[in-house]
Each structure stands twice: as C-alpha cells, then as structure tokens.
Design a protein around this ligand. Sequence first.
Ligand SMILES: [Zn+2]
Length: 207
Amino acid sequence: MPFSRLEVEFFEQLAVMDERLAAAVAAARCPHCEGPLHRSNYERKPRGGVLCGGGEGAYLRHSLCCGRRGCRRRTLPPSLRFLGRRVYLGAVVVIASAVALLQTGLREASKASGVPVRTLARWGAWWTNDFACSLTWSELRARFASPTPNESTLPLSLLDRVHSMQGRDPPLAKTMTAMARHLAAVTTTYGRTTQFVRDVFAQVVTA
Ligand SMILES: [Zn+2]
C-alpha cells in the first residue's frame, strides 16, 4: 500500500470524532463513583514527522475530571489522534512503524518518516511485545477472518488487512481512520474499551 502525506483535513476529522468519544464518556459519568464528569482538557503539541506534518499544531487532549468531592479522579477518553502518551501523532506511530518493517534498516525508515532511529526501535518492540499481548489486540484479532494478521509484523500486517477491507484503491486517510478506530481502545485507561468505541461510531453513522 502506498504511503502518502496525510493532510490537515484528516486530523480535523479525527478531532471531531475525538469530541464525540469524549462526550460519550462524559455522559456515562465517573467509572469510579458515577459522579458528574467535567472537562479538564489540556494542550498537546504533537509531532507529525515527514508524512503527517499536516497534523502538527496545538491540540486539545480531551480529559475529564470527576466533580464529586472525595473522588475527583481523572478519566481519559479514547482518542483517534493520540496513541498513548507519545509525543507523535498516532498515525505517525502506525505508519512509521510499518515503514520500518518495509525498509531494509531503521536508518532508511528514519529518513523516510522523520522519526529518530531509537524511537522507531522502541515502537517496534512495543508493537510485538506489548500491543500483541494487549486486550485490545486479542479482541481485534478475533474479528478478522483467518488467517489473522501476523503478530510478528505488527502493525504492517494489520494495516494491510484493514486497507484491503476499505474497498478498491481506498485513500490512505480512509484506511488510517479505520485503523485509528481499531486502536482507540489502547490509548486510554478507560475501562470500557473496544465495544464502547464501536458503539459510539455506530451512533455517528446513523446520526
Ligand atoms: Zn468519581
């Protein structure tokens, strides 16, 4: 699959979906005490590297804080733009890691993606060690027809599969939106994971 630059419109669409996710989490109230959840968003300035430069800039990371005295705990809604606490956009973590598996060496992958070699190596280990053992992956894997995407070549194997499911010659943005939805549950400590994200977007489609 070809990797083209993801433009600002793509990240704007993800921002709208992140707002939808945050609203749904807030409506479900505090997972610890069922108190009201208030917005306590904070600013992030994610990096986009070579292929996602259009997504750089100031972003609000949605965050919620329980309003009940004695609890006040923070709840982080799932996000399509961020993959955990990394300084790079989630799309960069996926694409640059896939490029690293396609290239002959991390140095070439670093040049192509604009992500330092050391960071690429760390992400590679995360995909095959941490992500491959995560609840998100075991739920996701069960949804694909056999043979399931190869765990030793994540996220490239997953990306190829998702890409092939988007119709004929889909734009990269379409594939990456689907990927972001699949991976959203891994970005947060919020308890109700994969099914919650699917339910929210099922509402978007029918709205
Ligand atoms: Zn609470």
